[in-house]
Design a protein around this ligand. Sequence first.
Ligand code: GTP
Ligand code: MG
Length: 195
Amino acid sequence: LFAGPVDFVKGVVKMEGLPPADRVEICFAGRSNVGKSSLINALTGRKNLARASNTPGRTQEINYFAVGEKAFLVDLPGYGFAEAPVAVVRQWQALLKQYLQGRSTLRRAFVLIDSRHGAKPVDEEIMSLLDRAAVTFQVVMTKSDKISAAVLEANIAQVMGVLQKHPAAYPELVVTSSEKGVGLETLRAIIATLK
Ligand code: GTP
Ligand code: MG
């Protein structure tokens, strides 16, 4: 799947702007700054395909990327704290929720969680929304290069405990580092089975 071209399709700010629902979609959700855009770049091997930055709130639109002719990868704006005007943040959070609840071709949501922090209440809110919408979600732990194996183990255990409360949760998580290339092959293989 990832051998072929990957193209930016469009940035969407309203549900009406979504591209035709004619292929499988896999989205990347998570708190602002967790590493969604960086992970898409790492997975596709395209450094600046999705714009990443140290400022939380970088991605403010729903960005669509076509991988071959059968799948879209969807980079979402973050939830939680963001360095952007309140009104703007409110708008994109509403769009994010509408998208997660209302996109018929959404096959799986990856919920990214920072390996250093574990699952926070805002993550659980999104998980509950995905439960209600019956969208299968899978947790991806990000930035694993930034912590020790012991802390990583503890935070994985915390996340696994949280997942037990969520019926839409896929029971296995994936540990990644976009920086060091950890977990990318595993994720690509998962995505390839979903297309
Ligand atoms: P928003 O669009 O603002 O919601 O953020 P995002 O989730 O798309 O995060 P983004 O990919 O922009 O990354 C945020 C910051 O984390 C950037 O400075 C990245 O370089 C850094 N980062 C992302 N992934 C990793 C990783 O695996 N390891 C390390 N060390 N840093 C990372
Ligand atoms: Mg982003």
